[in-house]
Design a protein around this ligand. Structure first.
Ligand code: 3PG
Ligand code: CO
Length: 545
């Protein structure tokens, strides 16, 4: 990237620019269902009165998603924050590749066809819902139609249950149509079925090395055929519901579909496996389990010799996986690259659950440092529990480190992600959600005080909503709302540097992609031409003349 130029006359200040991303803290309706409103948040309330305040759009087209009904999520949110532009995201690119037919035009599909023609089974593993955060059931249906059109004889689906990006007990709304679809595609020598599955939070979809036992459980169910036996996936789901009225889809035990006590779809040599999620964070670990030779995260017992492909490539730098069906969005020229080029020293921190969000997603889905000379990333290990039980999570520990870094004065740009609003929001427990948001508020106070002392600038925003809607009322009954929301997020600048004067720029429909240019301006740099415009204008230095 080109070297950014400084504003002539911009007045340098000693403190850092600190960006606080309050994951999952949107601006809701302000009623009883709004966990941000219901929480006691004196600091946030005061920030909402600041002059340098606006609301940012964090969903739909503002973050590159196909429709305005698509809620935001951390991937697309951090991509937009870190790259300053809007890219067509996975959900959209897969729609296009399936409708144009290009999904089957590449070399990966040719390999899959070869496996099928040689008598191998074609397996699809992924999240079965229409959440459109990690996957979409229509993509799976499109791929199954291609299998049928190509005359593939034996196809198996390993169905991960959602209940996190969609209603908590909605699995049968997806599993039933999937079972019907598979039986329609069967017959005439074709045999299409569900082979295994389980709730996404305990089966297969771990992220950022938080808990590999989740992936091991998935491996056992999908590959080895080990898990609780059922005759169908809908029977598994109904059984779990009836055994425990509080059970929700995301936490369901893994299951294996059997006929006469024999698993119907273990993964064997000569088969092909497609992981049909488009989003990478929760797809990387299982991909590594299928691909790596010297793998030691858990005992695979056996590693079948299969052709493995992702729906997309999940990590472009590490090339995970090696084979994939659709080219991922090419997110280039990120703010991180510009800041390294300008030799601005950055610090990024979060706890495990969101660590990759402020590094990998922030940097356009690239893992690792851009330039270690100018960057330091730190991860605080997350608890391995459901977060309604520890709604404070690691906010205090993250904040402790941020305060040390501010005091150390070696980093001009500091970014952190506080996971509470989102991770606890996904559990749907109002009492815990309120504590989560209050925890964020306490951390905000500590950070603001430290930045004031250092004479820096604090920027507070969020990647998407979640805690701002805890439940919905449907026909008089309250059901927990665990997914993200369509609400806007706050954007606040609290300037303690007192060195330059900034005013709000007149931007129509501002969104998350406007933040990167704004950070450039606060740091004194003229933003790159192709970035979405800054939310602030630099007016003048307030210290000279
Ligand atoms: C998850 O992966 O936990 C959810 O599907 C999305 O949450 P995130 O986008 O906030 O990570
Ligand atoms: Co979330």
């Amino acid at each position: 990237v080109d070297k950014l130029k400084k504003y002539a006359g911009y007045s340098e200040f000693s403190g850092p620019v600190v960006l606080v991303i309050m994951d999952g803290v949107g601006i809701g309706p302000g009623d009883e269902s709004d966990g941000v409103h219901m929480a006691n948040t004196p600091v946030l309330d005061r920030l909402f009165q600041e002059k340098l305040f606006t609301r940012l759009k964090a969903h739909g087209s503002a973050v590159g998603l196909p429709s305005e009904n698509d809620m935001g999520n951390s991937e697309v949110g951090h991509n937009a924050l870190g790259a300053g532009r809007i890219f067509s995201q996975g959900a959209q690119l897969v729609n296009e590749a399936i409708s144009s037919g290009s999904v089957t035009a590449g070399s990966s599909w040719a390999m899959i066809r070869q496996c099928a023609e040689a008598g191998g089974t074609i397996h699809f593993i992924g999240l079965v819902s229409d959440g459109n955060v990690h996957s979409h059931i229509d993509h799976l249906f499109g791929l199954l139609d291609q299998c049928s059109a190509n005359g593939f004889k034996k196809v198996r689906v390993h169905a991960l249950l959602d209940g996190r990006d969609v209603d908590p007990k909605s699995a049968l709304n997806y599993i039933k149509p999937l079972e019907e679809k598979l039986s329609r595609l069967s017959g005439n020598g074709a045999d299409y079925r569900i082979a295994s599955g389980g709730g996404r939070m305990i089966t297969t979809m771990d992220r950022y090395n938080a808990n590999w036992s989740v992936v091991e459980r998935g491996w056992k169910a999908h590959v080895l055929g080990e898990g609780r036996f059922f005759s169908s996936a809908s029977e598994a789901v109904s059984t779990y519901y009836s055994e425990d009225p509080e059970m929700t889809d995301q936490y369901m035990e893994s299951f294996v579909i059997v006929e006469d006590d024999v698993p119907v779809g273990t993964i064997e040599d000569g088969d092909a496996v497609v992981f049909f999620n488009f989003r990478g964070d929760r797809a990387i670990e299982i991909s590594r389990a299928f691909e790596e030779d010297g793998f030691s995260e858990f005992d695979r017992v056996r590693k079948p010799d299969v052709f493995y492909a992702g729906l997309m490539q999940y990590d472009g730098d590490a090339e995970i996986p090696a084979n994939y069906l659709i080219e991922p969005p090419a997110i280039s020229k990120t703010l991180g690259e510009y800041l390294c080029r300008a030799e601005v020293s950055s610090f990024a921190i979060s706890e495990t659950q969101k660590f990759g969000h402020v590094t990998y997603f922030w940097n356009g889905n690239r893992s690792g440092y851009i330039d270690e000379k100018f960057e330091l990333y730190e991860e605080i290990p997350s608890d391995k529990i459901e977060f309604d039980q520890r709604p404070w999570m690691k906010a205090a520990e993250i904040t402790d480190r941020v305060l040390e870094i501010i005091a150390g004065a070696n980093h001009k740009f500091i970014r952190l992600n506080l996971a509470n609003g989102d991770m606890v929001g996904h559990t749907g427990f109002p009492a815990s959600i309120r504590i989560a948001v209050e925890t964020v508020d306490i951390s905000l106070k500590r950070i603001l005080d430290a930045v004031q002392k250092a004479g820096g600038i604090t920027v507070v925003t969020a990647d998407h909503g979640n805690a701002d809607c805890m439940w919905k009322k449907k026909n008089g009954t309250i059901t927990p709302m665990v997914a993200h929301t369509l609400n806007p997020v706050p954007f606040i600048v609290k300037d303690y540097s007192d060195s330059n004067s900034f005013t709000m720029a007149d931007i129509q429909n501002p969104g998350l992609a406007n933040v990167a240019a704004t950070l450039c301006v606060l740091l004194g740099y003229i933003p790159p031409d192709d970035y979405e415009p800054s939310l602030l204008e630099w007016k003048s230095s307030t210290t000279d003349s």
